[in-house]
Design a protein around this ligand. Structure first.
Ligand SMILES: Cc1cc2nc3c(=O)[nH]c(=O)nc-3n(C[C@H](O)[C@H](O)[C@H](O)COP(=O)(O)OP(=O)(O)OC[C@H]3O[C@@H](n4cnc5c(N)ncnc54)[C@H](O)[C@@H]3O)c2cc1C
Length: 240
């Protein structure tokens, strides 16, 4: 069976690696002159430039992306951030991120632990911001500043600009999978490894090939037309 993939970014290459491992005849079409999309490193005057993603694998070696990379056999070394993050207090002392409650008096630590355990299981519904969600339970300057710092680090936004349920989802994932990791060799090493898997399974990756149309027949994809040529898709019930 043939699988045609539009775009050789991280998503297309991951899908291609998975499908080619599963026995599909994979063909990838990429309009740019390089593979990797926003997850690549380009050579420029002897240096490497990132095309988008800086360097982080969300949730490091235990996260969903790392799990997928292992599943397809990508040879990528992920170095987990250790410590995950540091909270710098005004007196210049440091608290490791997972000990963040230590910045609070004991009674607040217990209250926060209880509220957090409940809210991670039953995420708040509606549009309440993360800042307003904190203010519902606490009036504590340290927690508000920590919330801004956390949202800035994970989303580049302030706590007032992010829905509480979204931030709690991220906190939940951090408890489940831990913090980010760095791929040795940069983002380009990840996408290069994936393209290697596709090619070693007999797949083809065309660069400088812009798909201008998906050909359909009775609502089902039949092929693509790219740079004026037509590539057929062979799938159940269709011949190509
Ligand atoms: C500044 C920045 C920093 C980031 N930092 C991180 C980070 O640290 N960690 C992280 O995990 N993520 C980060 N990201 C996000 C990450 O880069 C993206 O989530 C990821 O690369 C998206 O992959 P994709 O395959 O979905 O899309 P893309 O990378 O955009 O790939 C889509 C590909 O499809 C091609 N294409 C589109 N249309 C056609 C067509 N008609 N025919 C042929 N080809 C086509 C495009 O040219 C492109 O190569 C960052 C993004 C940016 C912009």
């Amino acid at each position: 069976m043939k699988a045609l993939i539009i775009g050789a970014g991280l998503g297309g290459l991951l899908a291609g690696a998975k499908l080619s491992k599963a026995g599909y005849e994979v063909e990838v079409f990429e309009r740019l002159p390089f593979i990797g999309g926003r997850f690549a490193n380009l050579e420029y005057r002897g240096f490497k430039l990132s095309t988008g993603a800086l360097h982080m694998i969300p949730h490091g070696s235990r996260g969903p992306l790392a799990q997928l990379l292992r599943e397809v056999g990508a040879e990528v070394t992920i170095i987990d951030s250790n410590p995950m993050a540091i909270i710098k207090k005004e007196d210049e002392s440091n608290i490791e991120f997972h000990d963040f409650k230590k910045g609070l008096p004991v009674t607040k630590q217990v209250k926060l632990g209880t509220i957090l355990a409940y809210s991670l299981k039953f995420k708040p519904k509606g549009d309440i911001s993360f800042r307003d969600w904190i203010l519902k339970y606490f009036s504590d300057e340290f927690l508000l500043r920590l919330a801004d710092s956390y949202c800035g680090w994970s989303l580049s936004l302030a706590a007032k600009d992010v829905p509480a349920h979204e931030v709690l989802e991220i906190i939940d994932n951090m408890y489940r999978y831990k913090g980010p990791g760095i791929p040795a060799g940069g983002c380009g090493a990840v996408t290069e490894s994936l393209s290697g898997i596709i090619r070693s399974n007999g797949g083809k990756i065309n660069i400088r090939t812009c798909v201008d149309r998906i050909i359909t027949d009775d609502g089902a994809a039949k092929g693509v037309s790219a740079n004026g040529f037509f590539s057929r898709l062979t799938c159940r019930g269709l011949t190509g």
